[in-house]
Write a protein that binds this ligand. Sequence first.
Ligand SMILES: Cc1cc2nc3c(=O)[nH]c(=O)nc-3n(C[C@H](O)[C@H](O)[C@H](O)COP(=O)(O)OP(=O)(O)OC[C@H]3O[C@@H](n4cnc5c(N)ncnc54)[C@H](O)[C@@H]3O)c2cc1C
Length: 414
Amino acid sequence: MRVAVIGAGVIGVTTAYELARDGHEVTVVDRRELPASETSHANAGMVAPGHAYAWSSPKALKTLLRALLRDDLALRFRVQADPRFWRWCWRFLRQCTNERAAYNTHRKVRLCLYSQERLHRVVEETHVSYGGSQGGALYLYRDPEGLKRAAATAQILRDEGVEVRMVSPDEAARLDPVYEPVRDRFAGALYAPGDESGDACLFTRNLAEVCRGRGVAFRMGEEVRAVDTEGCRALRLVTDKGTVEADAFVLAAGCHSPRLGRAVGLDLPIYPVKGYSVTIPINGRNNPPTLSGVDEDNLFAFANYGDRVRLTAIAELGGYDTSHRPEDFTTLLRAARELFPGAGDYQRPDFWAGLRPMTPDNLPIFGHGRTGNLWVNAGHGHMGWTWACGSARITADLIAGRAPEHDPRSMMLH
Ligand SMILES: Cc1cc2nc3c(=O)[nH]c(=O)nc-3n(C[C@H](O)[C@H](O)[C@H](O)COP(=O)(O)OP(=O)(O)OC[C@H]3O[C@@H](n4cnc5c(N)ncnc54)[C@H](O)[C@@H]3O)c2cc1C
């Protein structure tokens, strides 16, 4: 079958890989010149079942209200005139009950575990390099009460088979010597030995090369403007350069999926939640964190890619703007320098901002609407790198008419 994939982010490229593996003739179309040039470009890089909590929770509601009144490191709220923004907020708020948060967290963790297994399989099959680092992640707490609460909350992850245990500051320093000099600042940490990290951009670009080698065509620098349909079938993509005919189509355009989806009658509840990252180079004298993790008091994440350290923070609800100014990183850099003074060369920061394609329940969307051969694989929010390989396999199985190994029914369009 000929399959056209819209989007060469981590979701589109992993989907192309699985489709080619199934023997399909695959074409990927992306408006950018290189794969992973949008949200998959410089994310935190964590593959983290040990941090798979639903963002929509009663706690989020309080943070949201606080964010209306002041600029917070963790959350920023920029009111938009766009009615889709308000509709999305309303749907998000409806997920902020204890029951929904627990239900969504269970679904998130299961997809994490399945996807991590698939990631390992893809790496084994392709030997793709991506600065991957295993050995777990540390979630750091300064306040003993906060640590105790977090350890109790983590039971929901343990119930799904994720190992998460509380460690003392000494044990944290044994796991990662970077904490040796700052041990007395922490009450302790949660350690998730199964969590890992890696550069999603490098992974996507290298996997795209593997795909090319297996006959996948990449039409880069080409923007999809419309989808031509006839009855319940999509016939072709109409781009700014021509057309792409196929028997099946996959919409994997991240935050921009709803616009294209609307053209075929889909109402995809995906809205951008902006995040910021700064990447600094490591040289021989530096002392970077070796394990990835999150400073839970200052709410920033960190990961080590061997030659670089990446620091990420902020969830900003406020439209599609990806611009950033050096001031946006002041608080993040201050917190990072305090914790990791010698992590890397802070004089050579590489600033970036990207848009998480967030759904109200924080889970991705699969399946198709009334256009039966246009499949959706979008809305991966803050976990798209973690979920990419699992979501790709699910999508390829659905297109093949097979029951996916991981049951996607609760995430399907209906
Ligand atoms: C700050 C930050 C930190 C994050 N940290 C993590 C993390 O630690 N772990 C994790 O698992 N996830 C993380 N994420 C989330 C993850 O990065 C995303 O979920 C993932 O990158 C989404 O991938 P995607 O392929 O759906 O979207 P994208 O990477 O945005 O890809 C979509 C592609 O579609 C193309 N496109 C759009 N419209 C069109 C069109 N009309 N025609 C042609 N092409 C089009 C775009 O050019 C783009 O290349 C983070 C995100 C951010 C912003």
